[in-house]
Design a binder for this molecule. Structure first.
Ligand code: ADP
Ligand code: ZN
Ligand code: ZN
Length: 830
């Protein structure tokens, strides 16, 4: 019953802007938009003086804002929501739980390509072919972009001499003529490979012989043909021709002239073609049937049964037990019931083997969401989920923000991994914990999996909050590796150590090389040596911006700060006393690699750490090369431990275990156990090749080492949980870290003190620790002070305590005497 009166109603929309601002903003819906605008759709609005930005509709209502005059929404970008109701609910939860702005959440969630802002740049879509679809104005824009490669939003405004160009841009995007991206470096470029192949008419044996004969007089051309056939043996096998050969093989060969090849192409003997390659294109879905082992079957059934009563199940399966196969089985079942599945992996594990395995099973119905992917690929996954193409997504932590509306299952593999936690910027969320809340919202289930669960998850499993399933057998009768503890003190006394290497380790390396088996050497510290020191006056080079010594990188000839990236040339002489005796102290992966080279010059050595894996595919390339046997010894940081599955690794050597165990941090034991168990787990994964792990330590009697070599997670847990309870640490408490930052030390210290006092007054001295400077007291020229707040799980109203903390932080931030102070709140800090 529409009445005149109702038609007069003015609508308003509360919008989430992808900016760090605590509240929603209310804008006015233009009359012509009012019938179409939906919650979850994107709109374009003016924000501030000059800025145009994308926002997402959170509510539609008819109440004008009381404190300001609402501006009009400029454009509606979507007919259908691109953010689902469930997502909005989740964004809200994340912003409340982690004490951050909902705009921060949206900003992390939305791929840049879905955020049209005045900072956006526009480029031609390389797949664009339909010029004829464009309007005159659009054509002007497209021609101009072609001239300049890319244009900014403002340049297009100037070009067309109008200020509202979003409609045009949107239309161009819709016609797949252009692509938007945030930064020039992220420009979308599909990988193209130029190939050649024989014209199909020449692929029969008969035709080939004739062709070869006919080229007798042009030996250069004949040679090209023969070269092609040497790579692609088309004789007796004409089907091989289809895939062709990379053209670059000829252009890199000095004996082949481009002219001869081009003549062959012109004559129609060869044809040239291009293929777009994506990282996973080569992996066809296969129907290879995997039969679960008895252990896996039982685990799978138990998980199933537990899900009828528990929201979350923890799967504790030792390394090599085949957790992936159990996951695959579950994923299939859930997909069959028509629900969505999200599979979370730590950042680094996602680029490799496991994705290949999943891809084989699920083919291109599986979306992959990775931070090293281009923004365009991320937009494709986002849209693919909305339109149902991807019911199953495997992704890194930020994949929890994708537009799911019907999740049946979230799997969090390697749930103990710290990379699930985002440290900077806000939202400082832990994707594992968000996953649990998220499946609760979707009425789905969460499966956490690990060989070395986090103490938190194991505790929840022990106390019955989570279901618990174990797999204690490695697949295929492979045994866990055996361990040997090497006493470096003893070796040093008897002068058997060669730099960082014990004689025992050297002997094993030698033998392993002879046997043509592979070795992994683990040192969780990159660079050549952690610092340099003058032997005469003890001077140590330190970062100018941070309170930390500079790490020596030999290959680069530099000393670098691992906190702010500051670099300097290596000092030749000591600036303090002029001595030339500046020596390296301690050691990192680069030094280990270097020493291996000089001890075993014939060995093929590769290093894997942050420094060698910066390029997009570098990590994957090293892994493949190692898999294919092209590397004898792989030296690396914790990167070498991430869920990798190798056939031929029989020795794992671990340096400097003591440093990990004695790290001054309450989680040190748990972390050391996890890291050493995980890296050890790379050895002996096939029954026919038992593995051995050598741990170098100055104190082989340490309790934790005993737990590690006996694969005694339960024992480690029992010791650790007792400590945690005694000293009020998680899982018995929740930790919130408040960090105060300022360029002036006194101001920073004073503010932290005031804040700590305010917090203590209400929460009590036993719950508020600090303020104290962190391990590295100054980072990027700012002095840091940490306040650690411990809140008992059962006793304290967490929500109320958090809003109290937030209030006090706002007091400090708005205190006029403490100008430009910064405060970071990290809820559930690690
Ligand atoms: P985890 O993740 O538990 O360390 P993986 O899932 O990587 O172990 O499995 C270890 C190895 O055993 C892999 O190479 C995997 O392909 C193989 N595997 C596990 N279960 C089976 C099975 N049921 N059938 C065939 N191969 C299996
Ligand atoms: Zn000196
Ligand atoms: Zn620095």
């Amino acid at each position: 019953m529409a009445s005149l009166f109702e038609e007069e109603t003015t609508f308003f929309a509360d919008l989430i802007l992808p900016v760090p601002i605590p509240s929603l903003f209310t804008y006015r819906v233009p009359r012509e938009m009012s019938g179409m605008i939906k919650v979850g759709a994107r709109v374009i609005v003016q924000f501030g003086q000059k800025r145009v930005t994308t926002a997402v509709v959170a509510h539609i209502h008819s109440n004008p804002p009381s404190k300001y005059q609402a501006k009009y929404i400029l454009e509606l970008l979507d007919d259908e929501p691109i953010v689902t109701k469930r997502q909005l609910e989740l964004f809200n939860w994340v912003s409340e739980y982690y004490l951050c702005n909902i705009g921060d959440v949206l900003n992390i969630a939305l791929p840049a390509g879905l955020k049209i802002t005045s900072q956006s740049r526009i480029q031609i879509n390389p797949e664009f072919a339909h010029d004829d679809l464009l309007t005159d104005q659009e054509r002007i824009v497209v021609d101009e972009i072609k001239k300049h490669q890319t244009l900014s939003y403002e340049e297009v405004e100037r070009l067309l001499q109008r200020s509202n160009i979003t409609a045009i841009i949107k239309s161009l995007v819709g016609k797949r003529a252009v692509i938007l991206f945030e930064e020039v470096k992220e420009r979308y470029k599909p990988k193209v490979v130029r190939k050649i192949r024989l014209n199909a008419a020449y692929t029969s044996n008969d035709a080939l012989s004739k062709l070869a004969g006919s080229l007798d007089k042009t030996p250069k051309q004949q040679e090209i043909l023969l070269k092609y056939l040497s790579y692609i043996p088309v004789y007796n096998n004409p089907d091989l021709n289809q895939k062709g050969l990379d053209k670059s093989i000829f252009s890199q060969d000095d004996n082949v002239s481009d002219a001869s090849l081009n003549t062959l192409i012109k004559k129609g003997i060869f044809e040239q073609f291009e293929i777009f390659i994506s990282r996973f294109d080569d992996i066809p879905a296969s129907n290879a049937v995997i039969t679960l082992t008895e252990t896996q079957k039982i685990a799978s059934q138990q998980i199933h049964e537990l899900f009828t009563e528990k929201e979350v199940v923890l799967l504790h399966g030792i390394t090599g037990s085949g957790k992936t196969e159990v996951y695959i089985e579950l994923i299939k079942q859930v997909l069959e019931s028509g629900l969505q599945v999200l599979f979370l992996l730590p950042e680094i594990a996602l680029t490799t083997q496991i994705v290949v395995r999943l891809r084989k099973v699920f083919g291109d119905t599986m979306g992959i969401y990775h931070s090293k992917f281009s923004d365009n690929e991320r937009v494709e996954v986002w849209k693919g989920i909305l339109d149902g193409k991807f019911q199953f997504v495997v992704g890194v932590r930020s994949a929890v923000f994708l537009p799911f509306d019907n999740l049946g299952l979230i799997i969090v593999d390697e749930e103990h991994e710290t990379s699930y936690k985002q440290h900077d910027p806000a939202p400082r969320y832990n994707a594992r914990d968000v996953a649990v809340i998220m499946s609760y919202m979707h009425k789905g289930k969460t499966l956490l999996g690990s060989a070395t669960p986090s103490l938190e998850s194991y505790y929840h499993a022990q106390t019955g909050r989570y279901g618990f399933v174990e797999m204690k057998q490695r697949f295929g009768n492979a045994a866990l590796p055996t361990f040997e503890l090497i006493d470096t003190k003893k070796e040093k006394k008897s002068k058997k150590m060669k730099n960082e290497f014990s004689s025992v380790l050297i002997d094993h390396l030698k033998l392993n090389l002879q046997n043509k088996e592979q070795t992994i050497l683990f040192q969780n510290r990159r660079g050549y040596s952690p610092y340099l020191q003058c032997e005469i006056c003890n001077w140590i080079p330190e970062c100018a911006n941070c309170d930390v010594s500079l790490t020596y990188h030999m290959k680069a000839g530099e000393v670098r700060c691992h906190y702010c990236g500051h670099k300097e040339e290596v000092p030749r002489t000591c600036p303090q006393c002029g001595s030339t005796q500046v020596k390296t102290m301690g050691y990192g992966t680069e030094k280990i690699e270097d020493e291996i080279h000089s001890m075993f010059p014939e060995a093929r050595v590769q290093r894997m750490d942050l420094d060698t894996t910066r390029a997009k595919n570098a990590y994957q390339q090293i892994i493949s090369e190692f898999e294919e046997g092209g590397i004898d010894i792989l030296v690396g940081t914790q990167m070498v431990s991430k869920g990798l599955d190798f056939d031929n690794v029989s020795i794992v050597g671990i340096f400097d275990a003591d440093r990990m165990i004695h790290f001054p941090e309450f989680r040190a034991s748990e972390r050391a156990f996890q890291m050493l168990t995980q890296v050890s787990g790379r050895a002996g994964r096939r029954a026919e090749k038992p593995g051995k792990v050598l741990i170098q330590t100055s104190n082989p009697g340490q309790k934790l080492l005993e737990k590690i070599i006996n694969n005694d997670y339960e024992g480690m847990y029992a010791d650790e949980i007792e400590e945690r309870e005694k000293f009020h640490y998680p899982p018995f408490t929740r930790l919130i870290k408040v960090t105060v930052k300022h360029v002036d030390e006194a101001t920073s210290s004073k503010a932290a003190k005031i804040l700590a006092d305010k917090l203590t007054a209400n929460l009590g001295a036993s719950r508020v620790l600090g303020p104290q400077p962190p391990l590295v007291e100054r980072v990027r020229n700012q002095f840091l002070f940490d306040i650690l707040i411990k809140l008992e799980r059962e006793k304290i109203n967490f929500k109320a305590a958090k809003s109290f903390i937030q209030e006090k932080v706002i007091d400090i931030l708005t205190d006029k005497t403490l100008k430009s102070i910064q405060v970071v709140i990290d809820v559930d800090c690690l």
